[in-house]
Design a protein around this ligand. Sequence first.
Ligand code: P6P
Length: 335
Amino acid sequence: KNENLALPVGITLDRFIMRNQEAFQFASGELSQLLRDIALASKILNREINRAGLADVTGLLGSQNVQGEAQQKLDVIADIRFLRALKNGGEVCAIISEEEPEIILTGNNHAKYVIAIDPLDGSSNIDSNVSIGTIFSIFRRKTPIGSVPSLKDCIQRGDEQVAAGYILYGSSTILVYTTGKGVNGFTYDNSLGEYFLSHPQMQVNQEGTIFSCNEGNFYDFPECIQEYLTECKQKRYAGRYIGSLVGDFHRNLLKGGVYLYPPTRHNPDGKLRLLYECLPLAFIIEQAGGKASDGKQRILEIQPQNLHQRSPLYIGSSSMVEAIEECCKEMDKQF
Ligand code: P6P
């Protein structure tokens, strides 16, 4: 029976994962364990993030960490923490990370999952204390269990995802994920070291009045995007952009709105990475009733060609994404 489980607010993430596993007879526990491994790494990273400022200011924590290593940039720490947790967890045979040019083979060749992860997105915002985030996407491997994973395990279409999620390290730390049965949000209680269900069955409004993009690039945007943004302003919509994808995405998920990262002169294919930024958020937004497009097609239908390819991204309330696609189609007709 695959119905959406209506579980009480306040249930812990562990209990929620178990209840969902029980509800899907086929579940053998590996995906549950993988989700737990991700949650654990996020708790460790959350602690590092919360004291990063101290490291810079006092140097007390900065000069040496427990392993005697020199204090490193948080995004390197995040990469190390997640890679270690994922390797030790034993549930993934390969990892694609924004911080690593090549596929990381974990050596767990009997594991059936592959994960694509942006360990710490928006890390340029850390020094200004702006929210940052981890984004992840989980696929079932295509190659036989026991064999060495290959590129084709790692460049699968977004509609092949088994699970996707993000952790937002903001005024509170919240973990949001989907396994294809709706979207649920869990808020972290530092004092207990536990995530608790706080946002069950999240749904994004079909309409929205918030647009999020870096208007500094306005004159680089395709004309149809300039036109769409002008219409938003004529309607006196709200411009909200914190320059941290997970923070902008999460606010729009809760309040309705659209995030745009169009092609620019500096990034003619857009800036965001398809595999570990666009795909997971596209899976989440569609599960929450919204849409994600590159202006021409559904993000989840794009066939990735390489690990770190970029894509334009328009994501959020369905009517806003549809309006953007409409603009782009009109534009195409003119040429
Ligand atoms: P820009 C952060 O570097 C990031 O990858 C996203 O988190 C964010 O939305 C975007 O880039 C900001 O890019 O060009 O507006 O500074």
